[in-house]
Design a protein around this ligand. Structure first.
Ligand code: M6R
Length: 610
């Protein structure tokens, strides 16, 4: 995790660029933050425990000047969240920021200690600063010293370094952690992620593992670890800078909930023909999928829940069997994979270490691979044979919302694509399915109108300490996802279950202090059965919040405390609609509780550690 940033140039105030950029990277970690700026040939370092706002207050008293600097926002791995462990770490005139884990740091630390280097923090990062200083002491110039140090470290990292001895360069490298360069006019930037630099530049270079970038005011060079020059493509980013602003919303999460109709349209755009029922997925070739007889989906958290729904879609439409694996478990259980297996890695960030490693494992066992991700050129995108990008735009709130619903639409498009290849659906059916998908943005708009009603509902329920979410059929993963949203932003204990499981254990929990969210859109078999669950809950005095699109059943009247009425919707797409009120419910409960919605405690948006 962690976010890193670098700037060199005379066009802007370095301190402003660093703080603005870090505020857009804060979603990656917010235990502590810090910057280093070279002012009159000397590094000035400012650090603070806690949110970036604390660092800003501290810096305001000093307003450091200088034309290059680096910054960091931290999610603790080695060493607690404290000022001492905040980055940048310093040795002599070398300042370093780092995202990732240095696996051999203990060996390196011992060697450096023997040479007399003193360590002030508990971090793995500090060894990098001392290593570079040590290489400089042996006579190497800054660039060669940095490369020599980078060669010695093992693990995953994105690193940025500045040095008082050479105050005209920012040097950076990466391995398994993301890092981009952004090219400006007489100024250059580096950052962990695109949103940080979006207001400054849209010309971006995605660094590759082992690249070393040397940023000067008017020049950017990329070399390998031996100093050989490399060519990397400059790409144009089409994200709008506005997309990383709150635009009047109190929280990014709320903005992102409201962006879902547009994000779904954007994810579908250009990928279907309403006339022929064809699905167009960039770079996809039907030949790749002809022999596929089994699919494994690999993901974590919300992306895992999307994959559980993707399984329903693919099995129903394309009749290919799908297993869904929690990515962190997959590679430790000797999975059975062959050349006829397709692995689908699903990840908003495209960086999640568990998912990325699971993908590599599946590939090494011979699987064909595709990914569904929101971040262009992310590690998972680069490691898969083909990618379906969700066009959700940057998702800043730690709780995933629009990434989830766009993943669902991506799964749906892929299911139709595969269904046609496998001749499991006719052209006419494909056309109907596309029509169904096109109706979804409008249906979400209808649900968003329930916002005030759900806010009122939240007011009545925010003091409860436990919640149970139950769903059936294609909506049972929505029970997991609704519960995850609630627990991560409101810190209320919440469990999601397939409703049929209730009688096998969770029913023991039910009493008048346990609100139960019953998810029952549509009027199919699943819902008839959920009405049975409703009676069981009621008999034990549980409080029921009933989410449905069909109020006709007589069992509902008098048996539910609150109703969330969602519009009727084609069954396979109903999870995309039914999750929206549950996102709103979690959001409003969290705001009543006064928690930090966009940056909940202990979490980070991108989890790049196993
Ligand atoms: O970037 P990814 O989709 O791979 O992230 C996976 C999970 O870490 C993520 O979905 C997490 O569970 C979210 N905080 C959920 O809101």
């Amino acid at each position: 995790m962690c976010g890193i940033l670098g700037y060199i140039g005379n066009q802007k105030k370095t301190v402003d660029v660093l703080l603005q950029g870090l505020s857009r990277l804060e979603y990656r970690g917010y235990d502590s933050s810090g910057i280093a700026i070279i002012q009159n040939g000397k590094s000035k370092v400012f650090k603070s425990k806690g949110k970036l706002s604390k660092l800003k207050t501290k810096i305001n008293k000093h307003s450091p000047k200088g034309s290059l600097g680096i910054g960091h926002t931290r999610w603790a791995t080695h060493g607690d969240a404290s000022q001492k462990n905040a980055h940048p770490h310093i040795s002599g005139g070398t300042s370093v920021v780092h995202n990732g884990i240095i696996e051999n740091y203990l060996d390196l630390k011992n060697e450096l200690k023997k040479k007399g280097y003193k360590f002030y923090s508990d971090t793995d990062t500090e060894v990098i600063a001392h290593l570079i200083e040590d290489m400089s002491a042996s006579g190497l110039d800054f660039e060669d010293a940095a490369r020599a140090a980078f060669k010695k470290i093992e693990g995953s990292y994105a690193i940025a370094v500045i040095s008082d001895k050479n105050p005209d360069k920012v040097i950076a490298t990466r391995k398994f952690s993301p890092l981009i360069l952004a090219i400006g006019d007489h100024e250059n930037y580096l950052a962990s992620d695109v949103p940080a630099i979006l207001p400054f530049s849209r010309k971006v270079v995605y660094l590759e593992d082992g690249d070393v970038a040397v940023l000067e005011r008017d020049n950017v060079r990329i070399t390998d670890l031996d100093g050989n020059e490399l060519k990397r493509k400059v790409q144009s980013i089409n994200w709008d800078p506005i997309s990383v602003e709150k635009c009047g919303y109190r929280h990014f999460m709320m903005k992102e909930i409201y962006e879902q109709p547009q994000a779904i349209l954007d994810t579908m755009r250009g990928r279907f023909s309403e006339e022929t029922g064809e699905i167009f997925l960039e770079g996809f070739d039907p030949a790749m999928f002809k022999d596929i007889n089994r699919i494994v989906a690999l993901a974590c958290g919300t992306s895992y829940h999307a994959s559980l729904i993707g399984k329903y879609m693919i099995e129903k439409i394309a009749k290919v069997s799908v297993e869904v694996d929690i990515a962190s478990e997959f590679r430790y259980r000797n999975p059975i994979i062959d050349r006829k297996t397709l692995a689908i890695a699903v990840s908003q960030s495209g960086e999640t270490a568990d998912t990325s490693e699971a993908l590599v494992e599946a590939k090494s066992r011979g699987a064909k691979t595709i990914s569904i991700t929101n971040v262009m050129m992310s590690k998972i995108a680069r490691d898969s044979d083909r990618v379906i990008y969700t066009h959700a735009g940057p998702e800043i709130g730690v709780a995933s919302t629009k990434a989830f619903t766009t993943q669902l639409i991506a799964f749906y498009l892929f299911a139709i694509y595969l269904g046609r290849i496998k001749k499991q659906i006719t052209k006419k059916q494909a056309i109907e399915m596309i029509k169904d998908a096109l109706s979804i943005p409008q249906l979400i708009q209808v649900v968003l109108k329930l916002d005030n009603q759900i806010k009122e509902l939240a007011k009545e329920f925010f003091t409860y300490r436990n919640f149970l979410y139950l769903g059936r059929g294609i909506n049972y993963p929505i029970a997991f996802e609704g519960a995850l949203k609630l627990k991560e932003i409101s810190y209320i204990h919440a469990e999601g279950y397939a409703a049929g499981e209730m009688k096998h254990g969770p029913i023991a929990l039910i009493d008048e202090d346990m609100p139960i969210v019953l998810i029952a859109p549509g009027d199919g078999v699943s819902n008839k059965k959920i009405l049975g669950n409703l009676q069981e809950v009621r008999a034990r005095k549980g409080k029921v919040i009933f989410l449905t699109s069909d109020l006709s059943a007589p069992e509902i009247k008098g048996n539910v405390d609150k109703i969330i009425e969602v519009p009727d919707c084609p069954n396979l797409l109903s999870p995309i609609v039914s999750i929206v009120p549950l996102q709103l419910l979690a959001y409003h409960i969290a705001t009543y509780k006064g928690t930090d919605v966009d940056q909940p405690r202990n979490l980070a948006k991108v989890v790049t550690v196993e």
